[in-house]
Write a protein that binds this ligand. Structure first.
Ligand code: NAD
Length: 692
């Protein structure tokens, strides 16, 4: 840590310095507490400034210390806040950049706050299923008023300091030499009466303010507890004396920290950070330079993949077999950018800058200088073979050759080249310019520097990367196959598509499986199933989905699928035709429909996922259970507040999961082999352990 306290004449400047985001770890808190004591004891000092090193004030708690004794060791953030607030000399928070969570709570306890106009301010604790726990819910309403406090605390999103100028939160927006400006401000404050937010009134709420706030927050947060608990804490600020409000905030915080919701959200937060790490590819591993990319195939995936690179400023050569397919692909890319522009997410200049980085081509010549080539052609081994043999001829030495295959064997594809170490799977999800998940498929020969490079690149293009080994469907789609099979069995046994979807959506899934099928196109899954029937003739499958596909009901694109759609609309309408198909199939199979409770629907779907996840884990296809959770949270709409399928199974208790699976196997139409617990699941359940 650098020098924490620097004297500027009669003003002490205390700097939070703990890269990368000046997290308020134990060492920082100790240094600040000591500096505050020194400044208080020094008669030559008349005012104090607290600021952050570099371009950040503080990102809040130091997440590296979460769940360690250091997080709770004195001085705590609340101790610091007391020292600052009770200081006899004015303390000015000089917000030089990002000021989140505990950083903002410390600032709120200062007597004044000055900021750079573009510094983002937020109390994002709600995203971890918590309320701010160090006075944020009590001081912020006093600073910005009730409505703004509700907006900021229940959503957790950043607001620029400039937008808050004129409120008690920002006393002055400074430009020019920021520290010098803050020192001058502090010097003027010396001698004046101290301004403490705790002593200021909260504006009286209008009649019904909190009832209205609760109904708005409940509608936006779909059943989550933390956003509503934030409203409770803010209401305490409006109705109780300050100290009683602080006590209430504490009680709410302590209750939430023990909730499954917060545990799941915190798990998701750490899981996403962990997934970037590969145990045998340490962080210092050299990487290859990726300055030019190429994409082969300008269809659904190729176009979306291309956009990721263009948006990140990386030039892309896009190769197609036919001029019309190429033109269509380029036009779709432009149309997608234009749609973002219309929504105000992109400026016309940025659109043109991105399009200028795109070079469409029909020949491999344009690929000779690419550092990375991603293939997104038809899902047929023969077509992939042709592409990779050609790439082996033309790509420069050291170029990374990637495939976007969803199901094919990446090792076989690598074998079509004389450089299998340079081959890797980059499995993007549809729409590839939107979905955050990227499965990085590590072949048996993939070089470590290739892995390090693509993991770094994933971050650059805004993706959450998870490493998967080679197997049919990799992590996500291999598990999806199990989940789908259960959904089809549920129809056979008596459920309707809309009942299954409703139960899954009530659990928190972004979309039920049948709606997803209609959106993505049921023909895609059908093609995969046909291959699987041929490869595994002994595996029992429900043929119910095939019946639907045989009638051309591919989903939204054909106006009919598991639901029907009005022309030009995307709202799924339950279709009696589908019920007839399902009823006919049941009759053929001799199955009497029964009423299936929603709870059973959810359990069968989620435990099917977790059981296959356990196999994936013990085979070493996934590096860790939390990676499997990340795949489902970022690629399959699994509810973040449930932490992912593996974490959810942990929450239920693995012994309970195994017990329920045994009951499902006994059901007259249960698939016994399906419900056989994976050896890892059985062992952990027996030992009373968890996946995560
Ligand atoms: P698509 O049919 O939309 O596009 C494929 C494109 O590749 C077509 O434009 C075609 O003209 C072109 N093409 C075919 N052979 C070629 C060749 N030899 N050289 C150059 N171009 C050629 O298919 P898609 O949905 O974009 O899928 C592409 C790949 O991505 C497949 O491997 C698929 O499994 C995978 N994938 C698809 C999805 C999805 O949801 N669609 C998701 C993840 C991965």
């Amino acid at each position: 840590m650098s020098q924490t306290l620097v004297r500027h004449g009669d003003v002490a400047v205390i700097t939070l310095d703990n890269p990368p985001v000046n997290g308020m770890g134990h060492a920082v808190r100790t240094a600040v507490a000591e500096s505050l004591r020194d400044a208080a004891a020094d008669p030559a000092i008349r005012a104090i400034v607290i600021t952050g090193a570099g371009h950040v004030f503080s990102g809040g708690a130091d997440i590296r210390e979460f769940n360690t004794p250091k997080a709770l060791a004195a001085p705590t953030l609340r101790d610091l806040i007391d020292s600052v607030e009770t200081s006899a000399k004015p303390v000015v928070s000089a917000i030089n950049g990002t000021c989140f969570g505990g950083g903002l709570e410390l600032s709120l306890a200062c007597h004044y706050r000055v900021a750079k106009a573009d510094a983002p301010l937020a109390l994002p604790e709600v995203k971890l299923g918590l309320v701010p726990g160090a006075g944020g819910t009590q001081r912020l309403p006093r600073a910005v008023g009730l409505q703004r406090a509700v907006d900021m605390i229940t959503a957790g999103n950043p607001v620029k300091a400039g937008e808050l100028e004129g409120t008690e939160l920002i006393d002055a927006v400074l430009s020019g030499d920021f520290t010098a400006g803050a020192v001058t401000f502090a010097r003027h404050a010396a001698g004046a009466p101290l301004k403490r937010l705790r002593d200021m009134p909260v504006e009286p709420p209008e009649d019904g303010f909190f009832a209205k706030a609760r109904s708005m927050v409940a509608a936006a947060s779909k059943g989550l507890a933390a956003p509503l608990a934030c409203v409770d804490a803010i209401e305490a600020a409006a109705t109780l004396p300050f100290d009683a409000g602080i006590k209430r905030e504490r009680e709410i915080f302590m209750r939430l920290i023990e909730s499954d919701e917060s545990k799941a959200l915190r798990h998701a937060f750490f899981a996403e950070r962990a997934s970037a790490r590969i145990p045998d590819v340490p962080s210092g591993t050299p990487t290859r330079r990726i300055e030019k990319a190429a994409v082969i195939g300008a269809g659904t995936m190729g176009g979306g993949i291309t956009m990721n690179f263009l948006s990140a400023g990386i030039p892309v050569t896009l190769l197609e077999v036919k001029q019309d397919a190429l033109d269509r692909g380029v036009a779709t890319i432009r149309r997608n950018y234009e749609a973002s522009m219309k929504r105000g997410k992109l400026t016309p200049e940025k659109l043109e800058r991105a399009m200028a980085l795109l070079t469409p081509t029909l020949t491999y010549d344009g690929l000779r200088d690419a550092d990375l080539v991603i293939e997104a052609v038809f899902e047929e081994m023969g077509v992939k073979e042709g592409v990779f043999r050609k790439l082996d001829e033309v790509a420069k030495p050291g170029a990374i050759l990637a495939t976007n295959t969803s199901t094919l064997d990446v090792d076989r594809i690598a074998g079509f080249t004389k450089r299998p170490a340079d081959v890797v799977g980059l499995h993007f999800f549809s729409p590839a310019n939107v979905m955050r998940l990227l499965e990085v498929v590590r072949g048996k020969a993939t070089a470590k520097d290739v892995m390090a490079t693509v993991m770094q690149l994933a971050k650059k293009i805004g993706k959450t990367a998870v490493v998967s080994g080679v197997c049919d469907g990799f992590i996500g789609n291999r598990m999806l196959e199990r989940y789908q099979r259960q959904c089809f069995y549920l129809l056979e046994e008596g459920a309707t598509p809309q009942q299954v979807d409703r139960a899954l959506e009530k659990f928190g899934f972004a979309m039920g499986l049948f709606r997803v099928g209609d959106l993505a196109g049921n023909d895609i899954g059908w093609a995969v199933r046909k291959r699987r029937y041929a490869e595994n003739p002994d595996v029992p499958y429900s043929k119910i989905a095939d019946r639907v596909c045989e009638l051309g009901r591919f989903g939204q694109k054909t106006g009919k699928g598991w639901y029907r759609y009005e022309p030009g609309k995307r709202d799924p309408i339950p279709d009696p035709e589908v019920e007839k198909i399902v009823a006919g199939y049941r009759k053929e199979m001799g199955i009497a429909a029964r009423a299936i409770p929603d709870e059973e629907i959810v359990e069968r779907c989620v435990f099917a996922l977790a059981n296959e996840g356990a196999r994936i884990l013990e085979e070493g296809i996934a590096q860790r259970a939390s990676d499997i959770d990340v795949v489902y949270l970022t690629g399959y709409g699994f509810p973040r507040s449930r932490g992912g399928p593996m974490f959810y199974a942990d929450t239920v208790g693995l012994a309970e999961v195994v017990k329920r699976m045994a009951q499902f196997a006994k059901n007259p139409h249960g698939d016994r082999a399906f419900w056989q617990p994976a050896p890892l699941l059985a062992r952990l359940a027996h030992e009373g352990k968890t996946f995560n």
